[in-house]
Design a binder for this molecule. Structure first.
Ligand code: SAH
Length: 234
C-alpha cells in the first residue's frame, strides 16, 4: 500500500512545496506516496469563519479552536482510518530516525499543522493526537515541520531512493554520525584526500570510516553513544 499523507493546514498552498522536487517529487509523480491537503478554514462556521480565538485565562496571541479542528480531523480521518494522527508541536517528542522509520513502515499519517499560539488542549486529548517536534526552537507554524518530517519519511519508502544501500549507512541509522566524505579533485587548496581512501583496501577503508564516525560522534554528540556503565555513587 502506498504511504498516504493528509495534511490539515490553513496554508494548503505550502504543499507539496519542497516535496514537489527531486526524489520526493519524482516519487509523488510516480504514486510511491500520495498527498492530500485539507483547508481547516473550510470547517469553520459563521460569517467570519474563525478558526482561532483569544486564550482562556488571558495572555498574548490566539489559540486554534478545538471544535473546528475536531471537525477537520473527523472529515479527513474517519473512524477506521488506521493512520496515526500527528500534531506538529514544539512540546512533542523530538522526531528521530527510529520514529521516521516506523512511520515510513505504516500506511501514512494525518498531520495537523498548528499556527498562532497553538491548539486547544481538548482536541489533542479528545482525538488522541501524537505531538511531534522537529527541534528545540519555535517555528511560526507547523507546515515547515510537516515538510521536514515528510521528507525524512518519503526517502525511506520502497523504490524512492535509487541506491537502497545509501539509506542504511547514513548518520543515525548506525547510531553514529557519519564519517567525512571526499571526492575529486585529489588536491583542493593544498588539502589532499586521506590516503587510506585511495588505497583500494576495502577492509581498511571500512575500519577507517567506523573509527572516524566513532570519533566524530564522541566529539559532537556523545549522547548518541551507547551508555557506558557509570560507577554507582552514593
Ligand atoms: N506557543 C507555542 C508555539 C506556537 S508556534 C509554544 O510556545 O509552545 C505555532 C505552531 O508552529 C505550533 O502550533 C506548531 O504546530 C508549530 N511549531 C512550532 N515550532 C515547532 C517545532 N519545533 N516542531 C514542530 N512544530 C512546531
Amino acid at each position: 500500500m502506498t504511504f498516504r499523507a493528509t495534511v490539515l493546514t490553513l496554508f494548503p498552498e505550502m504543499f507539496p512545496g519542497v516535496l514537489g522536487h527531486s526524489l520526493a517529487g519524482r516519487a509523488l509523480a510516480e504514486n510511491a506516496w500520495s498527498l492530500e491537503t485539507v483547508q481547516i478554514r473550510d470547517f469553520a462556521e459563521g460569517k467570519h469563519r474563525n478558526v482561532d480565538d483569544t486564550p482562556a485565562g488571558g495572555g498574548a496571541g490566539m489559540v486554534m479552536r478545538a471544535d473546528v479542528l475536531a471537525r477537520t480531523i473527523d472529515a479527513a480521518s474517519p473512524e477506521g482510518d488506521s493512520r496515526p494522527r500527528l500534531l506538529m508541536s514544539p512540546r512533542g517528542r523530538p522526531l528521530n530516525q527510529q520514529r521516521v522509520r516506523e512511520l515510513a513502515d505504516g500506511d501514512g499519517a494525518v498531520i495537523l499543522c498548528g499556527r498562532f499560539e497553538g491548539v486547544d488542549q481538548r482536541v489533542i486529548d479528545a482525538r488522541g493526537l501524537e505531538e511531534i517536534s522537529v527541534g528545540d526552537y519555535i517555528l511560526s507554524g507547523g507546515e515547515p515541520a510537516a515538510l521536514v518530517m515528510l521528507d525524512a519519511i518519503i526517502r525511506l519508502l520502497p523504490g524512492v531512493m535509487g541506491n537502497e544501500a545509501s539509506g542504511t549507512e547514513e548518520s543515525f541509522e548506525t547510531g553514529l554520525l557519519e564519517h567525512p566524505h571526499y571526492t575529486r579533485p585529489q588536491e583542493f587548496e593544498g588539502l589532499t584526500i586521506p590516503e587510506v581512501l585511495t588505497s583500494g583496501n576495502h577492509a581498511k577503508i571500512a575500519e577507517w570510516r567506523r573509527e572516524e564516525a566513532r570519533k566524530l560522534t564522541a566529539e559532537r554528540r556523545s549522547d548518541l553513544l551507547p551508555q557506558t556503565s557509570q560507577p554507582v555513587t552514593k
